[in-house]
Design a protein around this ligand. Structure first.
Ligand SMILES: N[C@@H](CCC(=O)N[C@@H](CS)C(=O)NCC(=O)O)C(=O)O
Length: 201
């Protein structure tokens, strides 16, 4: 039995939770909820991942595995999920990296607002982070719609988790208003049972 240290609000953890459900392997991965933050790392997370970030996968056969991209690739292999097809592996990995980059900027913005004293907040930096997200959404819409509409893979799951996180934490930015094709795609994708079952809201 694997143990997944995480939190229902974390979009990186959600990628793994969706993969596990798509692989129909929920009985093999116990989800353990932890509370951790950049300013107060949870001890049980640090024991398994020195930088204190979630998700972390504790596995019976060796040391823990961490970073959502590594965990997803690992579990895909172990559970036979088939979400990293060799025939389009570089596209899948690039798409996943694009989704994770959206998340890195989006989560960073939340941390800035939550943990940095108001007087030290830096609107230009915040705008630059949102500009990264905006450019990535433009690129997804211009270059990736046919891939997103093909057979399910890890790239699609990562993009769906990233877009849901924008809804969850950055709703005021209204990304859907200027990205109609992505809006339609995400609205259909999020109705999959694996997505509905892992929604943070
Ligand atoms: N690249 C990492 C990012 C994970 C990450 O930043 N997780 C956040 C939760 S959404 C976290 O653990 N933050 C606590 C911290 O930064 O110390 C991954 O893909 O797993």
């Amino acid at each position: 039995m694997y143990q997944l240290l995480g939190s229902p609000a974390s979009p990186y953890v959600r990628k793994v939770r969706v993969l596990v459900r798509e692989a129909d392997a929920a009985s093999k991965v116990q989800e353990v909820v932890v509370s951790t933050s950049p300013m107060a790392s949870a001890a049980e997370v640090v024991t398994a991942n020195p930088v204190g970030k979630i998700p972390v996968l504790i596995r019976p056969e060796g040391p823990s595995v961490y970073d959502s991209r590594v965990i997803c690739r690992y579990l895909d292999a172990k559970l036979g999920a088939g979400l990293f097809p060799e025939s389009r592996i570089w596209e899948v990995l690039t798409l996943e990296a694009t989704a994770d980059a959206i998340l890195d900027a989006a989560v960073g913005l939340v941390y800035e607002a939550r943990f940095r004293p108001e007087a030290l907040q830096f609107p230009e930096w915040q705008d630059a982070q949102w500009a990264k997200i905006s450019r990535a959404l433009d690129t997804l819409e211009k270059r990736w719609m046919s891939h997103l509409s093909g057979p399910i893979d890890m790239g699609q799951i990562a993009v769906a988790c990233a877009l849901s996180y924008l809804d969850f934490r950055h709703d005021k930015r209204q990304w859907r208003k200027v990205h109609g094709d992505l809006d339609d795609w995400h609205t259909a994708f999020r109705s999959r049972p694996s997505m509905a079952d892992t929604s943070p809201f």
